[in-house]
Design a protein around this ligand. Structure first.
Ligand code: PMP
Length: 355
């Protein structure tokens, strides 16, 4: 080990992000981006902010953006925290709230950044296995712990828990922080933000990367009662007092306010998901019930790794995980109709070739 490295950094296994290839003409269905692009109003706001204003520091609290988000969720501005992508909001959350006496519980098949943050911040992690049907059974979390984090819908399975189950879990664990990571909530699950007023231990995290098609702008946010938000602010202010730049503030605020664009594109993605799920089922795939902008599917007779590699040869990128229980699954982002058609045509060809 280099003597300049800390042991924690030396032993850290960093998160491996999904591939961002530099070649054109790929059907890119591997990182759950939104194929329709951001609201034109967001693009116009970013263009307007790209001016002499860039000379000036941004407004340090993201006030206008926080106010817009708060109004839609029936919260006060001080109950919203914004950050540089929900990854950064999650990082602040792990550091500020999830290092407790007891272990942090999260599903064993879940967002793979969670174990990385645990290693980085010295948090004891306890992964809770999913049920046989890949759902989260909230009863499995009824054990002594210091905190809980769950994605809803879960990733990469796409399966959502009903709001009633989330509320019961949050209530049963009233003495520890419970974080619901809602990166994909807009595609078919119900947000737990409506529970915040009744549950001081609940923090809800969302992103502009998926349903708002602004993954490149890096904007995410957390919602919760004041003491939780204040904890995030304390960490943020000790780290970087300008979490969002001027372009991100302008673009995200305009995007949030363009409700029509949001509803139209989210409906297209949900319809595309239903259509692709049916087409893959016809090809013999088992498709888990998704409430997200991706589906998680496996074929009983074909290895996931082989299918992913054969798709790649045909210039279609999907996500494949090497993890034991899910290594035969493909996680496929819902693209445009043309992209989904190309995927289905490629899979039809591959399955015929492989017999
Ligand atoms: N949570 C989950 C469950 C995710 O899948 C992702 C996206 N990879 C994120 C959070 C982070 O998204 P972003 O940083 O783009 O907001």
């Amino acid at each position: 080990m280099s003597r300049y490295w800390s042991r924690i950094v030396h032993e850290l296994t960093p998160y491996t992000p999904g591939e961002q290839p530099r070649v054109a003409d790929l059907v890119k269905l591997n990182t759950n981006e939104n194929p329709y692009g951001p609201s034109p109003k967001a693009l116009a706001a970013i263009a307007e902010a790209t001016s002499d204003q860039l000379r000036l520091y941004p407004e340090p609290t993201g006030q206008a953006l926080r106010a817009a988000i708060a109004v839609s969720h029936g919260l006060s501005e001080s109950e919203v925290f914004v950050g540089n992508g929900s990854d950064e909001v999650l990082a602040h959350t792990f550091q500020a709230l999830l290092k407790q006496e007891g272990p942090l519980l999260f599903p064993d098949i879940s967002y793979s950044f969670y174990p990385t943050y645990c290693a980085l911040f010295g948090i004891t992690a306890r992964a809770v296995p999913l049920a046989d049907d890949f759902t989260i059974d909230p009863a499995d979390y009824d054990r002594p712990c210091g905190a809980i984090i769950l994605p809803n819908p879960n990733a990469p399975t796409g399966i959502a828990l009903p709001l009633s189950a989330i509320e019961a879990l949050v209530a049963r664990h009233a003495d520890v922080p419970v974080v619901i990571d809602e990166a994909y909530v807009d595609f078919g699950a119900e947000s737990a933000s409506s529970l915040i007023a009744r549950h001081p231990n609940l923090l809800v995290i969302q992103t502009f990367s998926k349903s708002r098609a602004l993954a490149g702008l890096r904007v995410g946010f957390a919602m919760g009662q004041r003491p939780l938000i204040e904890a995030l602010e304390r960490v943020k202010d000790s780290f970087n007092s300008y979490p969002l730049d001027r372009l991100a503030l302008a673009g995200a605020t305009a995007s949030w306010l363009d409700r029509d664009w949001f509803e139209e594109k989210r409906a297209l993605i949900i319809a595309g998901r239903d259509c692709l799920s049916a087409e893959l089922a016809e090809l013999g795939f088992t498709v888990l019930p998704s409430a997200a902008n991706f589906i998680f599917a496996r074929h009983p007779d074909h290895s996931g790794a082989v299918l992913a590699a054969a798709l790649r040869e045909r210039r279609v990128l999907v996500r494949h995980f090497k993890k034991d229980r899910i290594q035969d699954f493909l996680r496929i982002t819902i693209g445009t109709e043309a992209e989904c058609d190309r995927l289905v045509a490629a899979l039809t060809e591959i399955l015929a070739e492989q017999g």
